[in-house]
Design a protein around this ligand. Structure first.
Ligand code: SAH
Ligand code: SF4
Ligand code: F3S
Length: 456
């Protein structure tokens, strides 16, 4: 194979799932002898791991692709791959649009990159988008961080939210076994990682597809059971999970989070809209009252828990009054962080062809009004940290101020303080918060937690 001293570059768009896939594909490429090239223009293999959640995410890919396709005319041995969700959505149509492409591969095929590339090097143009059973990975991912790692627990999504392209591009739910997940976490603990984020598009669905039920008829493997099963992995100090669906968020799960000290008190539970009629047309399967009850229960068990979410404005037919119900929910709950987006019609989704599409003007006006409120509420929420001592897991240097390091509090607030990254990377540091902003904090170190590794 012609892989000697070849260089690769991966550009990743989209969510944490895509980031995790990119790390796996980078691991496979390095295993094949490829070396990372920071500059895509010096790479012999370019891989775009794409996102199609909204139209602007998809369009970005086409503009990047255009530039590299041109380069291929001067450098014919350049390999160009489109992976991820746009690849799955467009399939062969992508080859017609950009004939310079060597391969189009859907997210379920990330683990098969080596075999697929072999076919490319044999002179084929490859399209890999058929649904497959995702096999356990034996290659080591090339992880971007040495402190915090993603661990997939469930792939795919079985929901059918009427605006969303994910079920079309990520396929049906496939859970990994608790043993495989724990083994990966143990390995991460041995490598010195301190934090793990368990990943799934609908993580509450974890285990539904695994065999086994309890005598009471409950699934044997749920997210709650998984947390109890992995919470004591040596070396891992923090466990997070995302993304939660309000429909399946249980009191049992909330209790487990309150009980297990390593599970961070941060919950990402998208609500999408604060209006019951809109929620119904989105096929979300809950009401705003149910959503509020979940948050109340979380706060009952964990009064200081951080809550973040996603919301969409300008869903087809959304009236001003319905939009105001979203504002009302945001006002009343007080999110620590909220990802907001204007509705974008996506190919192959029901809502895209409904008549009552709103104008871009209305959508962007609503988005601005919501974002304004989000910033006010996030600043209020940040205020509670003022003067407090928070434990920060140091991840990196502050890119804007080399005298500072940065990391996250348990509740996921980005925090900066003065310190030397070489000394502090991967350490849990107690920091007194002296400055608060909407989405970040600044403080002074009080104490570095000394970790003593006992030799068993
Ligand atoms: N599985 C998660 C979200 C996955 S997609 C959940 O169920 O909540 C991430 C976010 O993108 C969604 O929460 C939603 O807010 C947004 N999103 C999805 N489809 C969209 C669309 N067509 N237009 C605008 N935003 C969208
Ligand atoms: Fe999309 Fe809904 Fe699945 Fe989330 S739960 S990925 S919004 S279909
Ligand atoms: Fe985008 Fe695919 Fe994630 S569409 S948000 S990269 S699942």
């Amino acid at each position: 194979m012609t892989t000697l001293s070849r260089r690769y570059h991966i550009t990743t768009f989209g969510c944490q799932m895509n980031k995790a896939d990119s790390e796996r594909m980078a691991g496979i490429l390095e295993d094949m002898g490829f070396e990372w090239s920071e500059d895509p223009n010096h790479a012999d293999l370019i891989l775009y791991n794409t996102c199609s959640i909204r139209d602007n995410a998809e369009q970005k890919v086409y503009s990047y692709l255009g530039r590299q396709a041109k380069r291929k005319h001067e450098q014919p041995d350049l390999t160009i791959i489109v992976a991820g969700c746009v690849a799955q959505q467009e399939g062969e149509a992508l080859l017609r649009r950009v004939p310079e492409l060597d391969m189009v591969m859907g997210p379920q095929h990330a683990n098969r990159l080596k075999d697929l590339l072999q076919q490319v090097f044999d002179g084929n143009q490859v399209v890999a988008t058929e649904p497959v059973h995702i096999i356990e990975d034996i290659t080591k991912p090339r992880r971007d961080s040495t402190v915090s790692a993603w661990v997939n627990v469930i792939y795919g999504c079985n929901e059918r939210c009427t605006y969303c392209v994910v079920p079309n591009v990520r396929g049906v739910e496939q859970s990994r076994t608790p043993q495989a997940i724990r083994a990966e976490m143990e390995q991460l603990g041995r490598l010195g990682f301190k934090e793990v984020t368990l990943l799934g598009q609908n993580i509450d669905a974890y285990g539904r597809d695994l065999p086994g039920v309890t005598p009471e008829g409950r699934h044997l493997h749920t997210l709650t059971d998984l947390l109890y099963y992995v919470h004591d992995v040596p070396g891992i100090d923090r466990i997070r999970f995302a993304t939660s669906h309000p429909r399946y968020f249980t009191q049992r799960l909330i209790k487990a989070c309150a009980e297990l000290p390593k599970v961070c008190e941060h919950f990402h539970i998208p609500f999408q809209s604060g209006d019951n009629e809109v929620l119904k047309r989105m096929s979300r399967g809950y009401t705003h009252e149910k959503y509020r009850r979940i948050i109340d229960t979380i706060r009952q068990y964990m009064p200081d828990a951080s809550i973040s979410a996603d919301a969409i404005v300008g869903f087809p037919g959304e009236t001003e009054e319905q939009f105001e119900n979203t504002l009302k929910l945001v006002e009343e709950i007080g999110f620590d962080q909220l990802n907001t987006a204007a509705y974008s019609p996506r190919p192959g989704t029901p809502a895209a062809i409904w008549d009552e599409q709103l104008s871009e003007e209305t959508k962007s006006d609503r988005l601005q009004r919501l974002n304004h409120l989000v910033a006010i509420k996030a600043t209020e929420r940040s205020g509670r940290y003022m003067g407090r001592v928070e434990e920060v897991l140091v991840e990196d240097q502050n890119p804007k101020d080399k005298t500072q390091v940065m990391g996250r509090t348990q509740g996921n607030r980005l925090t900066f303080f003065t310190g030397d990254i070489n000394e502090l990377k991967g350490k849990l540091v107690k920091v007194r918060i002296t400055e608060v902003r909407a989405f970040s904090l600044t403080g002074e170190p009080v104490e570095v937690r000394q970790v003593v590794h006992s030799l068993i």
